[in-house]
Design a protein around this ligand. Structure first.
Ligand code: NAD
Ligand code: 13P
Length: 409
């Protein structure tokens, strides 16, 4: 029987880390997955840094990042000092990277995904399935969508989500972490393995409502192409085999919206935590911001993504409270917001200086969420999200956060 071929779409700090996790698992579970993992890399020319162990063998000229990754098996720019499994193949050609892939793992800063989906249209196998590791929301004039939904709609595939308390470097160093994977495709993917050649009862294709899968809101039907019978089924058990490692524990749930929203909205909260820390305020201030933050996350989910969003996803899973804690301790959004306040500089200036090409997701998410809340007339019901936006806009100062949170009470 056939095996699943995996492509990681993205190769930044988290993208490369997830490629490592997945490539270790495709080697281990050779009955389900092809060993080789394609990793699409946004091509750029880089110098191997002087403090890198591969510096001595480097040329004086900048080289293609893909060639460096494929020769020294390390992403020297976005995940330095982490040896990568040799079955990862860095590929600068998006269409070639996804060729024949039945599992597409989307992992890149959220601002780039629209263009990627456009480029992928018509080039993926129809029965492909997706997992979005993106922490952000797709806000447009039509409203607010999860990236799992956006990808699903654009490509006509089912797409789940992976999100958790996962500072990439810690996972890459194999320090213990947990994560949450939300994967709830229609029944037809979960069939028990059938003898090769046996037609599936639903082989004509199943009408599924892409939105209902994640949030219970009606948004038109799409035909999902069934997984051919000669592939191993893609149920929770096999999805776990793709991501679970001894140092990276995976919990599977069905609440795609809850998982995606926790990851996206905590980035706004982490900025607020950074602001109060930058003022030299203590852990109590940070905890207050986090308390309000998780309440606003749940409220946002229930208000805009329907009753299928479970409060427990936020309060009990890695993608909720645990991600909030880790992000408000050592995340990039937190650290850059803190430095911005300490140094009296714009956060974009700090991002540019500190992150060597990595992207903050919290600033754009704060703007996007605000534009959506304003349109819905709900800004006042989300005082923390609104305060972060106002501070980024320069209309309020971080010192005003206590008053802004207490405005109604
Ligand atoms: P990153 O912050 O390292 O971003 C850099 C990546 O963006 C590089 O691969 C770069 O090539 C790519 N890029 C730059 N310009 C581009 C363009 N025009 N088109 C396409 N790609 C371009 O990215 P990351 O850390 O891998 O984050 C990906 C997602 O994972 C984000 O949504 C993030 O919130 C989430 N996430 C990150 C971490 C983490 O610790 N880094 C942990 C969990 C989740
Ligand atoms: P930052 O993007 O703020 O570094 O957060 C990383 C993360 O998502 C940890 O789970």
């Amino acid at each position: 029987s056939k095996k699943h071929k995996v492509c990681i779409v993205g190769s930044g700090n988290w993208g490369t880390t997830i490629a490592k996790v997945v490539a270790e698992n495709t080697q281990q579970h050779a009955d389900i997955f092809e060993s080789e993992v394609q990793m699409w890399v946004f091509q750029e020319q880089v110098h191997i840094p002087k403090d890198n162990r591969h510096y001595k063998s480097a040329s004086d000229q900048p080289q293609n990042l893909t060639e460096i990754i494929n020769s020294v098996h390390e992403n020297v720019k976005y995940l330095p000092d982490i040896p990568l499994p040799h079955n990862i193949v860095a590929n600068p050609d998006l269409v070639a990277a996804v060729k024949d892939a039945t599992i597409l793992v989307f992992n890149l800063p959220h601002q780039f995904i629209a263009k990627i989906c456009q480029q992928l249209q018509g080039h993926i196998v129809p029965h492909a399935r997706g997992i979005s590791c993106i922490k952000g929301l797709a806000v447009s004039d039509e409203g607010c969508e999860l990236f799992s939904e956006r990808i699903g709609h654009e490509l006509g595939i089912y797409c789940g989500a992976l999100s958790g308390a996962n500072i990439a470097t810690e996972v890459a160093q194999e320090k213990f972490s947990e994560t949450t994977v939300a994967y709830a495709p229609p029944e037809m993917d979960s069939r028990h393995p059938t003898p090769s050649g046996t037609p599936l009862p639903d082989a004509k294709g199943e009408e599924i409502d892409m939105k209902i899968l994640s949030d219970g809101v009606q948004a038109g039907k799409k035909k999902l192409t069934p997984l051919p019978a000669d592939y191993p089924p893609l149920h929770h058990g096999n999805m776990k085999k793709l991501f679970h490692r001894p140092y990276f524990h995976v919990y599977l749930v069905n609440d795609v919206a809850g998982v995606s929203l926790g990851g996206a909205l905590k980035n706004i909260v982490a900025l607020a935590a950074g602001f109060v820390s930058g003022l030299g305020w203590g852990d109590n201030a940070k905890a207050a911001v986090m308390r309000v933050g998780i309440m606003e996350e749940v409220k946002f989910g229930k208000m805009f993504f329907g009753s299928s969003v479970k409060t427990e996803t936020f309060t009990e899973q890695s993608c909720g409270v645990a991600d909030l804690i880790t992000s408000c301790s050592g995340g990039r959004n937190f650290r850059c917001a803190r430095m911005a306040v300490e140094e009296g500089k714009a956060i974009g200036v700090i991002e540019e200086r500190e992150l060597n090409g990595q992207s903050l997701q919290g600033t754009s998410t704060a703007y996007e969420v605000n534009s959506f809340l304003r349109k819905e007339g709900k800004e006042k019901e989300f005082p923390l999200f609104t305060a972060v936006y106002e501070i980024l806009e320069g209309r309020h100062r971080p010192e005003e956060i206590p008053d802004l949170l207490n405005a109604g009470g």
